[in-house]
Design a binder for this molecule. Structure first.
Ligand SMILES: [Zn+2]
Length: 332
C-alpha cells in the first residue's frame, strides 16, 4: 500500500525528549485570553504529530477544552508548543525557519539595496464587519525612514494596495553601555527562558505589561519593554512596526533609541530567533544591536497603532497580509 504523504510517527524517544518537556516548559495562554477553537485533528497536523500523541500531551497537562465536538485548543498554545518541541517539523517552526533565512549568508548582503513589489491586503476579523462603512485599507509603508523609497502605491479593485519599495540596510552599533544593555538584557531573558518567546494573543499583546507579567513575549511586547527600560534610563525611545520582507512577509516590531545625535535600531528578538537556526551567520546577533536589515520595511507607526486604517463598527481587529509579487520588466 502506498500513501500520498509520508506519515509522521512520533518515536518514544521524541515523546520523552521533546514533547513532554515542551509541555512542561510551555507558558500557556492565560485562561482569560484563551480561545479554544482549533480542532484536535487540525492541532495535530500543525504540530506534525499523531492525534494519539496529542492526546498523551493533553494527559500531561497541555491545555485543551473538552467540547461536544471533541478536544479544542487555543491556536497560540499549539503554535508555541511547536516552537518548544525543537524538532523543526511543526508549522510554527517551519515558518520561523523560512523567515530567518534573512540571517544566513554574508553580512554584506544584509545592507545592499533591494527592490521589492508587494501586495498588501487588510482584513477585519469582526463577524459583523461586512456592514462597516469603511473597509480596511493598508497604511502606506515608510521605507524612507531607513534611507529607502516608495516608488509605487496603487489601489487595486479588490481594495488591496500594491507597493514597490526600495529598501537598504546600514550598519551601526551602540556607543554607550546603557543602550547596549537594553538590547542584551532582552536577549538574555529570551535565551534563559525568563521570557518565553512565542505567539501572543491579540488581547494580551495590546496590554504588554500584562504579557510581561505572564512571561509571554513576542516582538511587539519586547519592543514595548525596551522602550520602558530606555525611558527609565533617561534615553529617548520609540517603537516601530513593519514587515520582514519575504515571499510572504512577516509582521514585526522593534525599538529605536536616540543616542549621540542619531536613532539606533534595537532588535534582539531577531538575534534570538537567529540563534535557533544553524544557517545564521555568527555576526548576526551583533548586527541586530543597532543595524538596519535590507529586508526590514518600516511604517511610521508604533506598536499600539495598526498597519491599516479602519473605523470598525463591530470592534474588530485588522490584520495585514504582505505578499511579494513580480516586479514588471518594463515600467508601466
Ligand atoms: Zn471591521
Amino acid at each position: 500500500m502506498t500513501t500520498a504523504a509520508p506519515r509522521r510517527t512520533t518515536t518514544a524517544s521524541e515523546l520523552w525528549t521533546n514533547w513532554l518537556p515542551a509541555v512542561e516548559r510551555l507558558v500557556p495562554v492565560p485562561v482569560e485570553y484563551r480561545v479554544a477553537t482549533l480542532a484536535h485533528q487540525e492541532a495535530a497536523r500543525e504540530l506534525a504529530i499523531d492525534e494519539a500523541v496529542l492526546e498523551n500531551l493533553v494527559g500531561a497537562g497541555f491545555p485543551a477544552e473538552d467540547t461536544p465536538d471533541g478536544l479544542r485548543y487555543d491556536y497560540h498554545d499549539v503554535m508555541n508548543l511547536g516552537l518548544q518541541s525543537g524538532l523543526g517539523r511543526s508549522l510554527a517552526e517551519l515558518g520561523e525557519r523560512q523567515c530567518m533565512r534573512l540571517a544566513a549568508g554574508q553580512p554584506e548582503a544584509w545592507t545592499t539595496e533591494r527592490v521589492t513589489r508587494l501586495r498588501l491586503t487588510a482584513t477585519c476579523d469582526a463577524a459583523g464587519c461586512t456592514s462597516c462603512v469603511t473597509i480596511p485599507v493598508p497604511a502606506e509603508p515608510a521605507p524612507k525612514l531607513y534611507e529607502g523609497r516608495l516608488t509605487e502605491w496603487a489601489r487595486e479593485e479588490t481594495g488591496s494596495m500594491v507597493a514597490t519599495v526600495t529598501t537598504r540596510g546600514h550598519r551601526d552599533a551602540p556607543r554607550t553601555d546603557t543602550v547596549r544593555r537594553i538590547h542584551d538584557d532582552l536577549l538574555d531573558r529570551l535565551v534563559s527562558g525568563e521570557y518565553q518567546y512565542g505567539w501572543v494573543p491579540e488581547g494580551l499583546r495590546s496590554r504588554p505589561a500584562a504579557a510581561i507579567e505572564h512571561r509571554t513575549v513576542d516582538c511587539i511586547v519586547a519592543a514595548w519593554q525596551m522602550q520602558q527600560w530606555a525611558e527609565e534610563a533617561g534615553v529617548r525611545a520609540r517603537t516601530r512596526r513593519g514587515f520582514l520582507l519575504g515571499l510572504i512577509g512577516v509582521e514585526h516590531a522593534w525599538t529605536e533609541v536616540f543616542e549621540e545625535g542619531r536613532w539606533l535600531l534595537l532588535d534582539p528578538v531577531l538575534a534570538y530567533l537567529g540563534s535557533r537556526h544553524r544557517a545564521t551567520h555568527p555576526e548576526f546577533a551583533d548586527f541586530t544591536r543597532g543595524s538596519v536589515h535590507n529586508r526590514l520595511l518600516a511604517w511610521d507607526r508604533s506598536v499600539d497603532e495598526s498597519l491599516a486604517d479602519h473605523d470598525c463598527v463591530a470592534g474588530g481587529h485588522v490584520r495585514v497580509d504582505c505578499r511579494q509579487i513580480p516586479v514588471p520588466r518594463t515600467p508601466a
